[in-house]
Design a protein around this ligand. Structure first.
Ligand SMILES: Nc1ncnc2c1ncn2[C@@H]1O[C@H](COP(=O)(O)OP(=O)(O)OP(=O)(O)O)[C@@H](O)[C@H]1O
Ligand SMILES: [Mg+2]
Length: 256
């Protein structure tokens, strides 16, 4: 099965994790599950926003398995062992699973471990119809091409001049880095007052973004974040959640 993969990137603190979690919630609500939520930010917090807890990350596992013999106990191949242990990193919740990538590689050669992990994670992702990847600010993760293909890339930003310029820069950078995606969406978050729709539309044109999503600043979302509460407990009629839900409706996704 080829999963429908949504990857979220953008400027720091502009709602990547919130939007990723809201998309997971929206997919589940419309029966588009199971969803694999991937926390690709080393400063992981998608688990808390989704109301679960990660105990073990792929990064830690990679660190442990690097350089350790070629096989596991009683003739299990190293690949099978990694597959088993990656399954242990998976947090299983109702209708979604979560995997956290954890810390990136330290100094030294990780080629062997990386290829092995890429292979195993590639296989794992094939068993989910929908994948949502929350990234750190920037494009570092996506450039490693751990995921076969990105159907929808979402770049987040705030509506300030600088925020919009950052979106444009990330878009250009994605092109330079050869990050391939089928469609692009721009998510302008934390919108407080009247903003220049013209500027947004010009940016949409420049970036050939198929979708433009504007999300208001919302006091309940801010409070949920401050208190470290899961957004799964926030009323779905909340203006941010309902806009994201409407956006998912417009994508017209269906179960395979
Ligand atoms: N529309 C919104 N209105 C009010 N607060 C919001 C909104 N969207 C996100 N927040 C809050 O802003 C903070 C940052 O959001 P979030 O963690 O989703 O951003 P991020 O881009 O993932 O940050 P980082 O770059 O640190 O990973 C959180 O406390 C979150 O609750
Ligand atoms: Mg985040």
């Amino acid at each position: 099965m080829k999963p429908y993969t949504i990857a979220i990137t953008g400027k720091g603190g502009t709602g990547k994790t919130t939007i990723a979690a809201a998309i997971v919630a929206s997919l589940i609500r419309r029966g588009l599950s199971p969803v694999l939520a991937v926390d690709a930010d080393p400063n992981s917090c998608l688990d808390g926003v989704l109301g679960v807890q990660v105990d073990k990350t792929v990064g830690r596992l990679r660190e442990e398995s690097r350089g350790a013999g070629t096989g596991g106990p009683s003739g299990i191949s190293k690949r099978d062992l990694v597959e088993l242990r990656i399954a242990e990193c998976l947090v299983e919740a109702k209708d979604f699973d979560l995997i956290a990538m954890g810390r990136p590689e330290g100094p030294g050669c990780y080629c062997y471990a990386n290829n092995l992990f890429k292979d195993v994670i590639g296989k794992l992702t094939q068993s989910y119809p929908f994948i949502v990847i929350d990234n750190e600010a920037g494009l570092e993760n996506l450039s490693r091409r751990l995921y076969q293909s990105i159907d929808l890339l979402i770049i987040t930003g705030d509506p300030s001049r600088r925020g919009l310029a950052t979106i444009e820069r990330l878009y250009n950078l994605a092109g330079e880095m050869g990050i391939a995606y089928d469609a692009l969406a721009l998510a302008i978050n934390l919108v407080r007052s009247g903003y220049g729709m013209e500027e947004l539309e010009a940016l949409q044109l420049k970036t050939s973004a198929r979708h433009l999503l504007t999300l208001p600043f919302d006091a309940d979302m801010a409070l949920a974040g401050e208190q470290g509460r899961s957004i799964l407990g926030v009323d779905p009629s909340n203006p941010v959640l309902s806009r994201i839900d409407g956006f998912i409706t417009r994508l017209g996704l269906q179960n395979p």
